[in-house]
Design a protein around this ligand. Structure first.
Ligand SMILES: [Zn+2]
Length: 470
């Protein structure tokens, strides 16, 4: 290359660099929040990890993620959260639970599901569950979930309008489904009542920034074909999701074979319930054909390892589901009788270990996979992957900071393994949802947890009393 050509190339490369360097010299953009430093585990498509990262947040969205120096050069914020020495992750997504049941936590365990429901839960719910109960249970659950780094949860219960109000007040994101069940529920006694209630619930919360209202037909073993179809049609009228328990018990599968001549998944498909708006909890008794249906219909599935083990329900074929292209998230279920807490980090750990022991193969489900299930795949399972589940420009600013200054947190060789097998919910320090700080340095900012805990203790007395009297 001649000297002149080299000089020309130099001039050209300098001129290429100019706009960039000029840009960095111009005034930085003002944003609302900067997360400065720390190991940023983005969970983006390339699974990028920034060792000394930065995140800029404006309003409820992320405007930049990258190396700290680049983000800090470009943005100035009113508020900066120092994250050096910490892990920064997208908030965890609890894909299946019944949050007001925190007040029934530990009411009775170590019995069969049938006995638990018939002798304890249904009577306790019939005598105690009202709007007030649901409010306090949700408030307690919000405190517990925020502390555990959960920023979004999917719920199925009664008085879901009250669950939505409490969830919004706590600043959490929720996919909240009003339950359809073919017996008189604590809130709605007939199908006409629940249809009317759910329609006004869907209308009220449509377009809300945090609340995604949903319709939740309980299951094929508690809902008639008509109830399942009506609940689904109503959800679809309002472009809302449908939450349902699917193939969670062997008996459900056997009864479906007897009554419908097909599996629960095939039955739900045949009657038109399955679609890309459905979130199916459990999916334990699913065969190859079922997995193909779930994949083709783009049904989101939620695996609940604690619950499945505690109720001895069975083991969902998670590796096969993932291989079939099904989006599989993680859920706590419960919290009463089938967990009994709302700790999603524990579910990561158990999901990996349950898959390993059931296949007798430690490679069956690895650490990175379960972290995906708790974040980006959980978002896919809830059909919210365009909004949440990873730290990327344009997505909602739902993020958590995890302390690494703990005996159980050092040393680190592999970040995903640390997250799945060593770190605990109690290591979560700071939580931001939709750009708003809801916990800072382990202090909750949106929920009065002392009051919620005091109420829970009072509820225990009243519930125990109610079960002692006929
Ligand atoms: Zn459930």
């Amino acid at each position: 290359m001649t000297f002149r050509r080299r000089a020309l190339l130099l001039v050209l490369s300098v001129s290429w660099l100019l706009p960039c360097s000029l840009g960095s010299e111009s005034a930085p953009d003002q944003v609302d929040l900067l997360v400065s430093g720390g190991t940023v585990v983005t969970m983006d498509g390339a699974r990028t990890i920034y060792d000394d990262g930065g995140i800029a947040v404006k309003g409820d969205r992320i405007v930049a993620v990258g190396p700290r120096t680049e983000v800090e050069e470009r943005y100035r914020a009113q508020q900066t959260i120092p994250a050096s020495g910490k892990l920064v992750l997208p908030g965890f997504i609890n894909g299946h639970t019944h949050v007001p049941m925190t007040l029934l936590r530990g009411l009775r365990d170590d019995v069969t599901l049938d006995e638990w429901l018939r002798k304890y839960i249904f009577p306790a719910e019939a005598k105690n569950v009202n709007q007030e109960f649901v409010r306090w249970g949700t408030r307690l659950a919000a405190a517990e979930q925020i502390r555990a780094g959960v920023t979004t949860f999917a719920d199925m219960y009664y008085f879901e309008d009250a669950v939505a109000e409490e969830t919004k007040a706590a600043g959490m994101r929720g996919v909240l489904g009003e339950t359809f069940i073919d017996f008189p529920a604590p809130d709605n006694h007939t199908e006409a009542d629940v249809l009317a209630y759910t329609e006004s619930f869907l209308k009220r919360w449509q377009g809300d920034a945090l609340i995604h209202p949903a319709s939740a037909p309980h299951s094929i073993y508690t809902c008639s074909r008509k109830t399942l179809q009506d609940a689904s049609a109503l959800a679809r009228k309002y472009h809302s999701p449908i939450l349902i328990h699917v193939a969670e018990m062997k008996k459900e599968w056997e009864d479906s074979q007897k009554q419908n001549g097909m599996s629960p998944v095939q039955y739900l498909n045949t009657i038109g319930v399955l679609g890309s708006d459905v979130v199916a909890a459990h999916c334990i008794y699913v065969d190859k054909n079922d997995l193909q249906i779930l994949s083709e219909k783009q049904v989101g599935c939620v695996h609940n390892p604690s619950s499945n083990m505690m109720l001895a329900s069975g083991v969902a074929p998670v590796p096969e589901m993932r291989a079939a292209g099904v989006a599989v998230g993680l859920g706590t279920d419960g919290p009463a009788g089938s967990n009994n807490d709302l700790d999603l980090m524990e579910e990561m750990d158990l999901a990996a270990k349950l898959a390993k022991i059931s296949k007798m193969d430690p490679r069956a489900l690895n650490a990175k996979s379960v972290v995906e299930m708790a974040t980006i795949d959980g978002a896919r399972a809830l059909h919210l992957e365009k909004e949440i589940g990873s730290l990327e420009k344009g997505k909602k600013a739902d993020l958590i900071l995890i302390s690494l200054d703990e005996p159980n947190a050092v040393p680190i060789y592999d970040i995903y393994a640390q997250l799945a097998y060593a770190l605990k919910a109690s290591d979560v320090e700071t939580v931001v949802i939709a750009g708003r700080l809801v916990m800072r340095d382990r202090k909750l900012l949106t929920v009065n947890e002392e009051e919620a805990m005091a109420r829970a203790r009072e509820y225990k007395k009243a519930i125990t009393q109610s079960l002692a009297t006929p």
